[in-house]
Design a protein around this ligand. Structure first.
Ligand SMILES: [Zn+2]
Length: 306
């Protein structure tokens, strides 16, 4: 990220926010979880500032707008608790040779502020968005076989509204989406260093991919779709429904969801960039990249068709 871009977006003259020695994903978390973004609640000024920053990053990486949209914005409206709600997804693509899509998603909205208390949402979900940007930059450099769409969704915290708007809009036909890779909360190990994976049963090849990455990364992967107790996680929450991937699952689209699950800072003003566990987060970002590469390989195989 260019420092000038950060300064322009935040409107500040000098900053102690980003250090050039930090990895790019951490620099993005620092910006998105800054107080200037005011917790990125849908429809807020902070949300607009986040979006402007994301669009600059998309352009910098070389992500193209979708042909069905004018630019990276996908505005949508919905009714939530009998009130109209207007949100805006940020979406674009990197083209591949094959006419199928992998949609990488991460919600950029969070729960805003209550008076002077700002809910910065560093883990939830600046961490997923920053990881997604890294994946896009890596993919831009190393290439891909299937098309990749990068969806920074809005209003997830209000019921996956941005993801549902994307899936139902047909800007990318649902039948041509091979898989959704959804990233939501990657930077806090909580009590235990492990990654929760949902969607392992949504495609016959996914359990294999998860095992391969677990072995290669030495990171425990807790596959959570089974209806039995998994590790320390009893099947209380159905993780197939907890984040944007559910909008894809509802259309019968295979999905993989990576996240850490609830932790002590979850939905509190203490979910700040300064509390990110940087070494753990570095591992999960690289793991997310492993997933995207393996999903692209699977997408390219004829028998990989959903
Ligand atoms: Zn979230």
């Amino acid at each position: 990220m260019k420092l000038s871009l950060l300064i322009a977006v935040l409107g500040i003259g000098c900053c102690a926010l980003a250090s050039a020695s930090e990895p790019v994903w951490m620099q993005d978390v620092n910006v998105l979880a800054d107080d200037m973004m005011e917790g990125r609640e849908v429809g807020s000024k902070g949300s607009k500032r986040s979006r402007e920053y994301l669009m600059e990053r998309y352009a910098e990486i070389g992500i193209e707008p979708l042909p069905a949209l004018n630019d990276y914005s996908q505005p949508f409206s919905a009714i939530r608790k009998n009130k109209p709600l207007a949100g805006t997804n940020v979406v674009g693509q990197l083209k591949g040779a094959l006419d199928r899509y992998i949609v990488v998603s991460a919600h950029y909205d969070h729960i805003g502020r209550k008076g002077r208390r700002i809910f910065n949402g560093a883990d939830d979900n600046a961490s997923g968005v920053a990881a997604m940007l890294y994946l896009a930059a890596q993919s831009q450099q190393s290439g891909r076989q299937c098309h990749q769409v990068f969806l920074a969704s809005d209003a997830e915290e209000h019921g996956l509204l941005g993801a549902r708007a994307f899936v139902s809009s047909d800007v990318v036909a649902a039948k041509s989406i091979f898989v959704n890779l959804n990233l939501d909360m990657l930077s806090q190990p909580g009590g235990r260093k492990e990654v929760l994976v949902s969607g392992n049963l949504s495609h016959p090849a996914f359990n294999c991919i998860i095992e391969d990455i677990e072995l290669a990364s030495n990171m425990p992967m807790i596959a959570t779709d089974e209806k039995r107790r998994v590790g320390r996680y009893p099947s209380l929450a159905d993780r197939r429904k907890v984040s944007d991937h559910a909008a894809f699952a509802e259309q019968g689209i295979p999905f993989l969801f990576l996240g850490v699950g609830r932790h002590n800072y979850y939905h509190t003003p203490r979910d700040t960039a300064s509390r990110v566990n940087q070494s753990f987060y570095g591992e999960t970002v690289r793991i997310a990249w492993q997933y995207l590469q393996k999903l692209d390989a699977l997408c390219a195989k004829a028998d990989g068709q959903p």
